[in-house]
Design a protein around this ligand. Structure first.
Ligand SMILES: C[S@@+](CC[C@H](N)C(=O)[O-])C[C@H]1O[C@@H](n2cnc3c(N)ncnc32)[C@H](O)[C@@H]1O
Length: 215
């Protein structure tokens, strides 16, 4: 169920122009940034990848370059505008499928993905829904599969410069300020994940956290 404290449900103008807005926000470097992130995921030809909150499928298309035509790529999202762009982008790729599905609702996938990816989505959920999403991923991944979370890193907001405090208190959703203070590894461990790896980006404000599903 949508929390009134979230901003990750993107609709209307923002959804229609999402890719362009991200490019402007990142001074034209968003595609390159995502390519660096996805290169770090070590996706192999033939791999199956689940993208939760897949948006316009820009990231699915980068992952597809690694998984190839033998791979299987599945994107889940709920925004009509984002999905329309994703469907257009992936129409030549039968091995990429897109499903309208709330990622905190139960999913039918079981032990079938090598990787699960969630990019700038998890911070926008109440704790109980974060737990449901993580449990869904645990079920969907093969044993040894990796859950990749690209989102804000953990940090102490009180020690950051004024403009960062401003962004997290006045622009981002209240849930984001809670997310940066949470011990995400601990939550993941409770759900049977371990063997963590991480890569930091954007002056360490953004983290790609990889968590293996322990057998
Ligand atoms: C900030 S955008 C990120 C899109 C994409 N992951 C990216 O990095 O470019 C958040 C996305 O999550 C989707 N979303 C938000 N809440 C969702 C939910 N409960 N279930 C599925 N998708 C959701 C939105 O529709 C939107 O496409």
């Amino acid at each position: 169920m949508k929390s009134p404290r979230t901003k990750v449900e993107v609709n209307g103008f923002e959804a229609k122009h999402y890719d362009r807005l991200m490019d402007v926000l990142m001074l034209g470097r968003y595609q390159h940034f995502m390519e660096l992130v996805i290169a770090a995921m070590n996706i192999q030809p033939g791999d199956a990848v689940l993208d939760l909150g897949s948006g316009t499928a820009r990231n699915l298309c980068i992952m597809e370059k690694y998984a190839g035509p033998e791979g299987r790529l599945v994107g889940l999202d709920i925004s009509e505008e984002m999905m329309q762009q994703a469907e257009k982008r992936c129409r030549e790729m039968p091995h990429v499928t897109l499903q309208y599905h709330r990622i905190e609702e139960p999913i039918s996938f079981e032990n079938e993905f090598d990787h699960a990816f969630i990019s700038f989505v998890l911070h926008g959920f109440e704790d109980e829904d974060k737990e449901k999403i993580i449990a869904n991923v645990q079920k969907a991944l093969k044993p040894g599969g990796v859950f990749w979370i690209l989102d804000y890193n953990e940090f102490d907001l009180s020690k950051k410069p004024f403009f960062v405090k401003y962004a997290f208190t006045k622009i981002e959703c209240p849930l984001a300020a809670e997310f940066i203070a949470m011990d995400l590894r601990n939550v993941l461990e409770r759900h049977g994940f371990g063997d963590f790896q991480e890569k930091l980006f954007a002056w360490d404000y953004v983290r790609l956290l990889g968590a293996h599903k322990l057998a």
